[in-house]
Design a protein around this ligand. Sequence first.
Ligand SMILES: [Zn+2]
Length: 259
Amino acid sequence: MLKRIRRWLGLERNPAEVPAAQWDRVERGLPFLDFLTPPERIRLRALALEFLASKEFHGARGLRLDDDILLSIALQACLLVLDIGLEAYAGWVGIVVYPGDFVIPRREFDEAGVVHEYEDEVLGEAWEGGPVLVAWFNEGAHPPGVNVVIHEFAHKLDMENGGVDGLPRLRAGMSRSAWAAAFSEAFDAFRAEVDRGAQTAIDPYAAEDPGEFFAVVTETFFESPHHLRARFPAIYEQLRRFYGLDPAAAARSPPEDRT
Ligand SMILES: [Zn+2]
C-alpha cells in the first residue's frame, strides 16, 4: 500500500494526487484537525505525503495496512510537526502498526541481580533512534480518552534531544526555565490529584513521570484544548509556543472566521 502512495509521489508531489474524497474520509475520523485553517490543512496533507515517502510502515500480526490507515497515522504524526518541520522526525524510519493493543516482553534486573521477565501490555512505544510502535483500532473500537499516535510521536519529539524527560528541543525564543517551571508545577499538582483518587479529565497515566506527562498533555492539547487551557494555562501556553499552533483559540472562532 505504501507503494501506491509512493507512486502518487513519484508522479507529482501534490496532495491532490490523493483523491479529495479519501482525504475527507480519513480526516472525518480525526475531528481534532478541525481547528486548522484551510491553508494549514493543505500543508498538513502535503507534509503527511512527505512523511509517508520517508518512513517505512510494517503491519504486525498480519495487519493489512491500507491507505486510509497510513494516511491517518501520517496526518496525526505530522500535526505535531506542522510548524516545527519534518526534520524533527529524522534519524529513524520504522513504524510498526499492531491490530489493537499488544505485548512487549520485558526483562529487568533487581538490586540483587535477579532477572525478572514479564509481559507488558501496551498501546504503543517509541524507541530512541528506532521505530515507533502503535496500536491501530478500527472505528468505534478505540479506547476512549487516548490518542496513541499523538502520544507516541510526542515521545519521539521528547527523545530528539535525548531521553524521555518531558523536555524536548525547545523552539527559538522559548525559555527552558519557563518550560521547566510550568511543567514541574503542573506535574506535581496533577500527581497529587491522582494520588488522592480524584477523577481527572486528563488521563491519569500522565502522573507516571514527566515524560508521560508531556506526551499525555500533548494529546489533551490537541483533543481537548479548552480543557487544558482552563486547567493548566501555563502548560497550554508552553505547548502553544512549542507546536506553533493554538487549537483552543481557533476552535472558538466560527468556521468562516478561521481564514
Ligand atoms: Zn508514553
